[in-house]
Write a protein that binds this ligand. Structure first.
Ligand SMILES: [Zn+2]
Ligand SMILES: [Zn+2]
Length: 250
């Protein structure tokens, strides 16, 4: 089953361009069964949160689930995704938010690590996951510095998992970057359990890697060149992508 993560809608995020309904039909065409919605917490309150939860329920059906959630902007400068939270929290510190997400039965994810070059990440010891590839910040493949950060985290937190995210706001973010799990119901608790257990794969167009992040030299070179190209300009990153498509990389 295909999951897309880190999705903003125009219904609840000020910078989203598509409604939840449009998002559902767009990703259904991509063969997606689960959509992790992550609206900006700054745009939300208690009332709007319950609207988000009911709207997600309304649009979901047997073959497609919209899982509500938030992107919390905290005082240490991090953006922390709370996947599957159905309550709002005004808390502004990383530790409190991570604990809140856990209490809600959700999954906490450090979004786009590239943004926090000067931070020491010490408040994030208990986070569940790191976005090793955020399409908006990293392009079509994981960024090597994100993978290194993930591996550092893993030394003290063996249960941490790597995830991908589209950071979907606009059409350009509709990309074939999926989290893939097998044999499970389209149901929040089952899905989050599988993810927390590391029982999933990450798919980047033609390339697929498992949650252990074991990859070969070729992948290493690809991740590195992708990051360099993407940093020199998104267009260069996109050309690399079309090149990879042509050589049909396995
Ligand atoms: Zn963000
Ligand atoms: Zn975002």
């Amino acid at each position: 089953m295909r999951i897309v993560s880190h999705i903003h809608s125009s219904d609840f995020s000020n910078d989203g361009k598509f409604s939840l309904k449009d998002i559902a039909s767009m990703f259904k065409r991509r063969g997606v069964s689960v959509i992790f919605i992550t609206e900006h917490s700054e745009d939300m309150n208690k009332n709007k949160m319950s609207q988000l939860v009911s709207k997600c329920e309304e649009i979901s059906n047997n073959s497609l689930a919209l899982i509500p959630g938030l992107e919390f902007s905290v005082k240490e400068g991090y953006h922390i995704l709370g996947i599957g939270v159905s309550k709002f929290s005004k808390m502004k510190d990383s530790k409190g938010i991570i604990r809140f997400i856990r209490k809600e039965g959700g999954l906490s994810i450090l979004a786009h690590p590239l943004r926090y070059k000067k931070n020491d990440f010490k408040e994030l010891k208990e986070i569940n996951a790191i976005e090793i590839c955020n399409f908006e910040y990293d392009g079509f493949l994981p960024r090597l510095s994100n993978i290194e950060l993930f591996q550092n985290f893993k030394e003290n937190n063996s249960g941490i998992i790597p995830v991908s995210g589209l950071d979907f706001h606009r059409k350009i973010h509709d990309q074939k970057i999926f989290i893939k799990i097998e044999d499970t119901k389209v149901e929040k608790n089952d899905i989050l359990k599988k993810l927390k257990e590391g029982d999933f794969k990450l798919e980047f167009n033609l390339l697929s890697i498992n949650s252990e992040l074991k990859f070969n030299k070729l992948n290493h070179i690809l991740f590195k060149s992708n990051s360099i190209l993407y940093d020199t300009g998104k267009r260069a990153g996109i050309s690399l992508f079309s090149f990879l498509r042509k050589i049909n990389l396995k």
